[in-house]
Structures are given as C-alpha cells and as structure tokens.
Design a protein around this ligand. Sequence first.
Ligand code: ATP
Ligand code: MG
Length: 569
Amino acid sequence: MSIIEDETGKRSLNFIEAFVESDLKEGKNGNRVHTRFPPEPNGYLHIGHAKAICLDFGIAQQYGGKCNLRFDDTNPTKEDVEYVDSIMEDIHWLGFDWEDRLFYASDYFGKLFDFANQLIKSGLAYVDDQPAEEISKQKGTPTQPGTDSPFRSRSVEENLDLFARMNQGEFEEGSRVLRAKIDMSSPNMHFRDPIIYRIIKYPHHRTGEAWKVYPMYDFAHGQCDFFEGITHSLCTLEFEVHRPLYDWFVTQLKDEDNDYRPRQIEFNRLNLTYTVMSKRKLLQLVQEGLVKGWDDPRMPTLCGLRRRGYTPESIKNFIKKIGYTKVDGMIDVSLLEHSVREHLNQIATRISAVIDPVKLIITNYPEDKVEMMEAIDNPELHEESPVHEIPFTRELYIERDDFMENPPKKYFRMTPGNEVRLKSAYIVKCTGCKKNEETGEVEEIYCEYDPQTRSGMPEADRKVKGTLHWVSAVKSIPAEVRIYDRLFNVENPAEETEKDFRELLNPDSLKVLTNCRIEPYAEKAQPGDRFQFQRIGYFNVDKDSQPGKLVFNRTVSLKDTWGKVKGKE
Ligand code: ATP
Ligand code: MG
C-alpha cells in the first residue's frame, strides 16, 4: 500500500487518495484534480459536513488541484440566503477557500432545462401526468419489475409542449413531472424512469420567479459536476446506489470523443454518539426553542462548536483521526472532546476562576495589603511561557467543594487543622469556619498563612498534599459561567424508534452559574478568547458578555468525566 507523509507523520493512503493517485497515474482528465463541496443551503453546517469539507478541499490541496464551493439550491421552498452566508463563514473559519469558484446549481438551470429538452427529443424523457403516489406504486420492488406509465409513449412534440407549459406555470404543483425514460425493469430502482423535474411555484432565493420547474438532485448533481470540470465527486455512502444514474446522465451529456468524465466516490458519513446530525432535526430543535439558536453551544453545528470554544485545528485533527472508509459507524463524541482538550492544552492561558465561591479569610494577613503573585500562563510552554500577575489579599474566594469540615479519608483539600497550598501564593492552615445558623451552610472559612512559604522564601518547597486555586475577594471580577453537557441522554438518538427524539433531550445539558469570580487578568477578555480555568476546564468568552459582566462557556472539562459519572448511576 502506498504511503503518504504530511505534517502528522507517515500514514498509508486512504482509499480515496489511492483512487485519485491511480487516476493520475493513468493520466485521466488531463491529470487534473478538481473537487467540489456541494451543500444545500437549507440549514447550518454541522461537524459531519466538516468531514466532507476537509476531504473535498484537502484532496484538492494535496494533489495541487482545485475545490469549488457549489450551493445545491434546487429546492427553493427550503432554502435561504441566511444559510448561504453562514455556510461560507463556516468554511472560511475551518481554514478553506474556494477562491473565485463560488457556484450555484441555479447557475445551470438554463443548461439543465436545455439538456432535459434534448433528452425529450432523443426519446429519453417524458411528461407523466400521474401524481407522485401513483408513480411510486408502479415502481415495483427490487425483485419485481415496475409497470410502464400510461404516458410513457407520448410523442416528442407533446412532451416538449407540456414541459414548456409546466415551466410557464400553467399546471399546478404535483400535477405533472418530467421523467427520464430508462428501464422500468432495471434491477437498480433508480433506473426505473426516475423523476427529473418537478413543478415548484415558490420564489427562488436567487432566480426569483424565473422558473416553475426545478431539477431533482439526481438530475442536477452529476451534470453540475460535468459543467464545472469536476474530476472527483466525493459524497457519502447513501449515494452509492445513485452512481449508475449519475454516470448515465453524464454519458448522455458528453460528446463521444471527449475523454473527460467526473468520477463519483462514496465514503462513510460521520455519526457521533449523543448527537443528532440530521438537518431536519436540528432545524426542529431551533424552531421549537429547544436550544437557543443554530449557534447554541450544545449544537453539533460548526457555529455552535465555534461559540462553544472549539478551534478549527481541533476539528480538523479529529477528522484526521477518524479517517475515511466505506463502513458506516458511530464515533464516540469523547474523541471530539479529546481533540479540543488536546489543542487547548497547548494554547489556552491558565487563569484562576472560582465558579462556586465561598469566602476564605486569612486572619493573620494584613487588612489592606495587596501582593502581586506571579502566575504562569501555560506550563506546557515550560520556560518559554509568559507570566501574569494575580493579586493576593486577606479575603479570598475558593470553591465551596474545596472545603469540608468533616472530610472522608484521602480528602487533601481544605479542612480544619490541615495545610494546603494556595496556588502561586502561600501555604495556609485552616482554623475553622462560620456557618449559617439556620441552614448550616458554610459562610466563611478561616485560615492562617505562613509568610515563609511564598515562592523564593525558605519554606516555599515544603510538601503539602493539596493545592487549591483562589481569587481575591476584592480584586476579582464577577462572571457568569455556562456549563454544558451532552444534548441527548442516549447514545444514539437517531436509532431510538420508540420515542420522539425530543423526548431524549438531556434536561441538564445547560447549567448557568451566575456568581462566579474571575481573576482580574481576564477583565479585558473579548468574545472568543480562550482560557483554562485551573482545575476546572477550558472556557471561552461568550458573545453575550457585557462591560462589567463576562460570560464564559465551558468548552470541555479538564478530563473526560462522563464515563465516571454514568458509571456511578
Ligand atoms: P440533506 O438531507 O439536506 O441533503 P445533507 O446532510 O446531505 O442533508 P448537504 O448540504 O446535502 O446535507 O451536504 C453537503 C455535503 O456534505 C454532501 O456531500 C454530504 O454527503 C456531506 N455530508 C452531510 N452530512 C455528512 C456527514 N454526517 N458526514 C460526512 N459528510 C456529510
Ligand atoms: Mg444532501
């Protein structure tokens, strides 16, 4: 097997690269490699589309070719410019570019209409006056041949006339269709006189009222590939059965002495656990207000992942890891989470944030004193890491669950009589706490610090078992923190047939913590900025942030805790 070397090292070619290389070796299509990414602008792109984008643009890059962006806008009732714009933004965000090759299937409506007329003239297409249900009944089954439509033998003249009038708006939607005349007994059901044009009386977002008939996917896709000189048309496995039809139309379209021919190659689509990927279902979630829009950070959309704090690099790395095969399967979403954790570990600045604060008072520390402690931005960078300052004062906040009055064994955090290190600052010894008389809730914790334990002091290296993060009570800033969990409670929401997928939503997929405190270093942070909250996870600044009130999204926890939590139940 051939070997390829890229920035991640040596690996064997995947089956698509192997096909492309063998086509190049045979000198097919003038040694060109030209791919396309063909989204339908009827929704936002999701992580599954990223898999197709990385392949379409990646193969072109790898073999010195080109990749077009082509909107497959053949169904005006479901499509919208909002989607067109978002799709372009998302592809650019991933780091790919179609240069000057932005196309629309609607660019070819004229050519496709002419081609349909040409098929009619060659006796290879006819207008059928039957409703869709009737046509589908006559299709037969894979083992039984279909039945000819009573309109199958219409004259060329009548077909030309009816098709023209269909497009002039004379007939109602659903009253007539144009079908290719191929073979009603073909073992491939797609050859049994497929519908190639239907009447749609709805304005198109680009062509307005110009057309009343619209080509079906099968009649548009291969032809558009052909018009654009596409050499490798990469799509997901469900199109494998359409491939013979794709080839049939291309054969009708091309001159016999022309060697050029696009080749369709199918690969496995991405399915992720705890995720739905169907655009129809994602649209439902948005329209029914079950999530807060397409870019809700719990959505598998690219804009949702971006808002959540995912980096393009982490998504591309994930896609690289899962690879391309001919076998459909389910990928564990924790692999995606692992990829972003891996990347953020390298790039995110560490800061101190207390998301469930309780006050810690250092009773032997001077009241108005402020010491600036040095905090390392990113220990992964070792000596190269920049540092920043974090103010230390008499009153601090620590996490509520970092204190226990009566701890179990092996609890090495704050507990009366015990010493812990306050990260980047001093070792302190807990002396007690004050509780609310009615609720019993801890309101303040008391401790004493050892001045000899600050970095550079003689006792700085003294061993203690626990290290806690903290922020200054007076110098920290308030923040809201949004903690996300998986949107669905079951591993494969698409497979559950008993229940509607909306009943499978995880009611705890969003937790909003409004009393968090962040070290002042983050005060000027802008939407999109990424941080590691020490000991908690990776977070980014949300666009809902306002002056004086930052809002953070948890991108991912520091470790994969899902397995453990589930296991406990
Ligand atoms: P629709 O049902 O609306 O056709 P779709 O998910 O196929 O939905 P398209 O806009 O047609 O959406 O997809 C554009 C391209 O992305 C297609 O080539 C399709 O094969 C690919 N694609 C879509 N979903 C996935 C997925 N989950 N994994 C890999 N590729 C995908
Ligand atoms: Mg599609």
